[in-house]
Design a protein around this ligand. Sequence first.
Ligand SMILES: O=C(O)CCC(=O)C(=O)O
Length: 375
Amino acid sequence: MVMNPVMEGKKEEKSLESNYMKGVRHLCESGITKIPSKYIFPVSERPQVMVEERRTSSLNLKLPVIDLARLHTSDRSQVLNSLAKACEEYGFFQVVNHNIPCNATRRMTDVGRRFFELPLEEKAKYMSTDIRSPVRHGTSFNQTTDGVFCWRDFLKLSCHPLETVLPYWPSSPMDLREEATSYAMQTKSLFLVLMGAILESLGVDTSIVRDFDNGSHLMVVNCYPVCPEPNLTLGMPPHSDYGFLTILLQDDVEGLQVQCGGEWVTVEPVPNSLVINIGDHLEIFSNGRYKSVLHRVLVNSSKSRISIASLHSLPPERMVSPSPELVNEENPRMYKDTNFADFLDYMSSFETKHKNFLETRKLTQGMEQAKSQCS
Ligand SMILES: O=C(O)CCC(=O)C(=O)O
């Protein structure tokens, strides 16, 4: 059969598309010096090239640092106040003395990095576009719906219940299951400590902490390869996280930016710290008092970057609603009830400009409508 130029063009486009699905690392291995148009963001969404006078440290954000060791001292109420302030003003903070040993975080980052270095055929065993799969290797933000791809590959591991999901996790590198199991257990314990403190800082009944024992827990290992044209693309587009809290472990390479006072500010990695951010569910639960903030990731032309995000929430079938203790005449209910299934439907149904699920949960017309929408 002789193909006409249109058919040939379509065939070539299809083959390029299927190549992009193999991930950014694979693309880089071919030795590219320019990024393909599939990864070029519209001008308004690209990382801003800073003009000289604004290239100052003021655009680097020193997030509030919370020393968790002080939670167990007579300083507890002071620490809770700092925590409340950080959650209200930034939606982000860093923790030190978090009880996860630095060799555990180093080993987790290292094994994550080695996963992405495996040959494509090995990694391909875990490629799936099913967002409900217990293990998923993929690329971009949501590769089935993204028009423009971002410069990221990922490995997503469901972590609950551990004994059920473990057999699905990659068997290579050989130490991945062991390191990821140990890191998952440590972040879960940290999450429970943080939630206890956060509920106390909100002044609400803390018994809900027990419900988090069986909560959803997803570990996302992000790999951002060196990018030949970092000003044209993003490692991750602006988005908020869906759960109660995300615990983020980043290596020593900058990249995370948080929206703060209308600006994108870079979070400076602090050695041995973890970055914590409020997710949509906690904003809803706190009836808007604690903020789930948009963040994005920049890539760079000299260093690849690894980060590991642990997203924690209530069990997937549980409804999340504003705590009745935080809803009153002065603070009317601001959000519809939501659950994990709503989030998955949202993620798979359409391409979201700003990846902001929370916007779809906001109530705009007062309590009466809230009552009818939530019943
Ligand atoms: O890599 C980072 O610093 C952030 C990752 C992130 O935002 C995510 O996994 O949702």
